[in-house]
Write a protein that binds this ligand. Structure first.
Ligand SMILES: [Zn+2]
Ligand SMILES: [Zn+2]
Ligand SMILES: [Zn+2]
Length: 830
């Protein structure tokens, strides 16, 4: 399946990977030929190297009986074809219609040239000139042809864990520099045997110029070691021994595409629990990998769209609703109705899963909060105390690369994490950046971005910039990006938070870059962008809009322009600037960032505003000693380490706590995720279609008599609209303490938040004369809230922009920062 990502069509971040629109195909200006015989020179730009494009052109020319040649020049493809006009026309149409799966044609131009009366069609040697800036293909899951060969005992690559072709295999994780050629990849260590070389040189072969081509004779090998690093078995025996280890409850470190995975038998609760303890990852959901679709369908309910996602060549993890009967350990995603599932993406994973015959937990090979391990020695150091065995190999990994995570929200695929299969494909801006720039991105869930003109290369998911290891990962990934895309940043963009590590890194980099360039006296300039403005700018810009829009930025916390903590913001924004039009009432957030894992603290902050209604909050404190809650209450009322916060994430946490669901969390977002799961438990009925529209959800809520909750609005002294969450939480708490069903109340809470958001946003839109609303921020990973708000706004005649090419969460911030920098300079230029 091909994920097309035209705005609003519901596709993922592969815009343009598919067919270019016809207006991008511009015929040349030369007058047409006099006879029915002519020659044309075509120029193709995009991802056209290392994807089997030249053999494809060769086959196509032969099919149409055309003479001429094809060659790579500086990473672009030039084709000369000569023949009858009608054949040339159909050749040109087929060039885009039938392009190889990994090709991405950004532009195709052609012009008439004198016909040299050539005979035959040849693939000419590449002409290497200065390569300029070339898009780099992401890694791609094993294709069906390779899979059949892998499993065919008669094939010479039967059971070979590194089988690839021009349609599939590693790219970004093996490419050191561009243009893409074996000598500039980590495959250069492996010299092709005569048989492989014959394939590589034959234009008719699927492996013609396949830079990762190899076989058991000449390619990388796989082996199994213990934590001591001593090889026990090799090849097929290593895979069988690894399977035995997994079947007996062992933990296996497995070297994949972008780093190590940690695997255990997903049906073995003890093994999963042991993995959690050793890795220090408690309760946070773990992903499960299976070999084929039927195995996935035994574990989770899948819509057609989710099936397409799972089988796509990007092979992301999809969050899907778990079947009650699924043979999965309880500890895989405790408290949640969903589980992350993916199909095997490499031949090595496929062979292992088939040998084990059971679904496997497949989680990043790291100690909690640290980057994924990539090199063999590094893995023994960092994973030695976790894994019982290492299934590894000697194909070096050039870039760390986590699995991508996608969730279908309101009928559209939405990124939770964008990495393998998608990064580093660029995302365009509606206006150009003034000079090449680096946007360092957010503090948590970091990605960074390099931008030049209107093109932004957004990095893969980096992680939380809270420790030295992740910071080193950031630095090395940035260096790789600068080399790959040949960008020398002359501006650095960062968050407004003065204390963030990312801000300090931005200042350091501005100094280093200033020193490097030699042209600038001192540091390169640093531009600071407010976090929620970046969220909204990112969503607008990916849809080609420069604004103005009404932006709803709902998330955990970000540094506000007034020095308070923001996170439930209604902005009137364009790319250049913004004005706050509404927010949640400020409440003290005792402990600041610490409160993200202590939902009771968020509830306590609101309780201090509730006066005589404070008893409605009592369920939030069931697991907290009264000494502790009294201490924290004093802290909150005196304003000691209690920033004032307007945070939607913390409001969801408080609601979860007030309903007695969760007052202490093991990871950020847990309370809100469980609140959503619990709400779904009453909404999803037997024999029901997907609840993916606001209409259907509201109809269902009415059918089961979900109660209505108040969520009023007032005005602040400076005229801002203020959403009043205290009456909402009080009503929620009273209903629960009065014997209300927490699942019904959780659903009612979602409906109330959505209704309030719709009313406030549409009122602002009407006042401002704006007809577009953009939704950004981590709260919009909520599959119940999004369709309710989206469809409610659409019913009021508003256009709604949702994050599609990048996710709603902070992974999109770096792109948003670049968009704001572009918007500001374009405004100054006017
Ligand atoms: Zn293949
Ligand atoms: Zn070979
Ligand atoms: Zn955010």
């Amino acid at each position: 399946m091909r994920l097309s990502a035209a705005a609003g069509s519901g596709g993922l971040g592969t815009r343009g990977l598919i067919e270019p629109s016809m207006d991008e195909v511009r015929p040349g200006q030369n007058p047409g030929p006099l006879l029915d015989h002519e020659a044309r020179r075509l120029h193709v730009r995009g991802v056209v190297q290392g994807v089997g494009f030249r053999p494809f052109v060769h086959r196509l020319a032969e099919r149409h009986g055309l003479a001429g040649w094809v060659r790579n020049e500086s990473g672009e493809v030039f084709v000369q074809v000569e023949g009858r006009t009608g054949d040339l026309d159909s050749f040109c149409a087929a060039l885009t219609d039938e392009a190889p799966p990994l090709a991405r044609i950004d532009a195709l131009d052609w012009e008439h040239v004198p016909a040299p009366d050539a005979t035959g069609f040849e693939v000419q040697a590449s002409v290497a000139t200065d390569a300029g800036r070339l898009p780099v293909s992401p890694d791609v899951a094993m294709c069906d042809s390779c899979r059949s060969e892998l499993l065919d005992p008669a094939d010479r690559r039967f059971g070979y864990p590194f089988i690839t072709c021009t349609d599939c295999g590693p790219r970004y994780t093996v490419i050191e520099t561009m243009p893409y050629d074996r000598v500039r990849t980590s495959m250069r260590e492996f010299e092709q045997c005569p048989e492989c070389l014959a394939e590589y040189r034959s234009p008719a072969d699927r492996r013609f110029h396949s830079e990762t081509n190899s076989c058991p004779e000449c390619g990388p090998t796989v082996w199994l070691t213990g934590a001591d690093g001593i090889r026990r078995q090799q090849g097929g025996e290593a895979i069988s021994a690894a399977a035995d280890l997994l079947r007996s409850g062992g933990i296996l470190a497995l070297r994949g595409l972008g780093g190590f995975h940690l695997a255990v038998d997903a049906s073995d609760d003890e093994a999963v629990t042991r993995l959690r303890e050793r890795k220090g990852r408690y309760e946070k959901p773990l992903a499960v990998m299976v070999d084929d679709l039927p195995s996935a369908q035994r574990l989770v309910f899948l819509s057609d769209l989710e099936i397409e996602l799972l089988r796509s060549r990007e092979r992301p993890i999809a969050l899907a609703r778990r079947r009650p009967s699924a043979a999965l350990a309880e500890s895989i995603s405790p408290g949640l109705d969903t589980v992350g599932i993916m199909l095997a993406c490499t031949p090595l994973h496929t062979l292992l899963l088939r040998a084990v015959g059971r679904p496997l937990v497949m989680t990043s090979g790291n100690v909690s909060e640290l980057p994924i391990a990539m090199a063999n020695e590094e893995s023994r150091e960092s994973l030695g105390a976790i894994a019982d065995g290492f299934l590894t190999h000697d194909r070096e990994i050039v870039s760390r690369y986590d699995d991508s995570v996608v969730r279908v929200i309101g009928g559209a695929p939405t990124f939770i994490r964008r990495a393998r299969g998608f990064a580093p494909l660029p995302v365009e801006l509606p206006v150009a950046v003034p000079r090449p720039l680096l946007a360092v991105g957010p503090h948590l869930k970091n990605t960074f971005a390099l931008a030049v003109d209107r093109t932004v290369f957004v990095s893969q998911h980096i992680g939380d910039l809270e420790n030295l290891e992740t910071l080193q990962h950031f630095r090395s990934a940035l260096l790789r990006f600068r080399e790959l895309f040949r960008i020398q940043p002359q501006i650095v963009v960062c968050d407004e938070h003065p204390g963030y590590l990312s801000t300090r890194v931005a200042e350091e980099l501005a100094r280093e870059l200033g020193g490097e360039s030699g042209q600038v006296a001192g540091d390169v300039p640093v531009i600071r962008v407010q976090h929620h403005h970046a969220h909204i700018a990112a969503v607008a810009a990916e849809h080609g809009s420069t604004g103005p829009v009404v932006g709803l930025a709902f998330d955990g916390t970000g540094y506000g322009a007034d020095g308070h903590t923001w996170g439930a913001e209604f902005l009137v924004a364009d790319l250049a600037g913004y004005r706050r039009a509404a927010r949640l009432r400020y409440a003290p957030l005792p402990g600041g960032d610490l409160a993200a894992r202590r939902p009771w603290r968020a509830a306590l902050g609101y309780r201090t505003l509730a006066a005589e209604d404070s008893d409605a909050f009592q369920a939030a404190f069931a697991d907290v000693s009264s000494a502790e809650s009294q201490l924290v209450e004093r802290q909150a009322t005196r304003g000691v380490n209690s920033p004032l916060a307007s945070s939607m994430g913390r409001l969801f946490d408080a609601a979860s706590a007030v309903l007695g669901l969760r007052s202490v969390a093991r990871y950020e977002g847990q309370a809100a995720m469980e609140l959503e799961s619990v709400a779904w438990s009453v909404l999803v009925g037997p024999h029901m279609g997907p609840l993916d529209s606001g209409d259907r959800i509201r109809a269902r809520a009415k059918q089961i008599s979900i109660p209505e909750l108040p969520f009023p609005e007032s005005r602040s002294a400076d005229g801002l609209r203020v959403l009043e969450p205290v009456p909402l939480l009080v009503a929620l708490g009273r209903a629960f303490l009065g014997g209300g069903n927490p699942a019904m109340l959780a659903a009612a809470f979602h409906v109330a938040v959505a209704e309030r958001a719709i009313r406030t946003a549409s009122a602002i839109a009407a006042e401002e004369g704006i007809d577009t609303v953009a939704l950004g921020g981590g709260t919009f990973q909520n599959a119940l809230l999004v369709p309710l708000i989206r469809d409610g706004l659409r019913e009021r005649g508003l256009e709604v922009l949702l994050p599609r090419l990048l996710g709603p969460n902070d992974g999109a911030i770096s792109y948003g920062q670049a968009a704001v920098a572009a918007g500001r300079t374009n405004q100054q230029g006017r």
